[in-house]
Write a protein that binds this ligand. Structure first.
Ligand SMILES: [Zn+2]
Length: 86
């Protein structure tokens, strides 16, 4: 009889890793969810450029912003990889 250990979802695993390392990997094409929402109502941004400053595009209205990496790291709730399979 299998011992009913608790399942770890990929999402929970990623979250745990992030908490442990305190070091996030952002790549172009990722979708990030920020704590602050854009006036258009969307929380989600596509990463167009990474570096000391990021360029993000709002998925709600297409507005682009430049934002310091520090601020992204501080405000991000979730990173969604769009290129997981390759
Ligand atoms: Zn927007």
């Amino acid at each position: 009889m299998p011992c009913g250990g608790k399942e770890v979802t990929p999402q929970a695993y990623r979250y745990a890793m992030r908490r442990e390392r305190g070091n996030m990997q952002f790549e172009i094409g990722d979708i990030v969810k920020l704590k602050k929402k854009h006036p258009c109502g969307s929380h989600e941004w596509e990463v167009l450029r990474v570096g000391a400053d990021f360029r993000l595009k709002c998925l709600g209205c297409g507005h682009q912003i430049m934002i310091a990496r520090k601020l992204v790291e501080k405000n991000v709730k979730e990173i969604r990889k769009t290129l997981d399979s390759e």
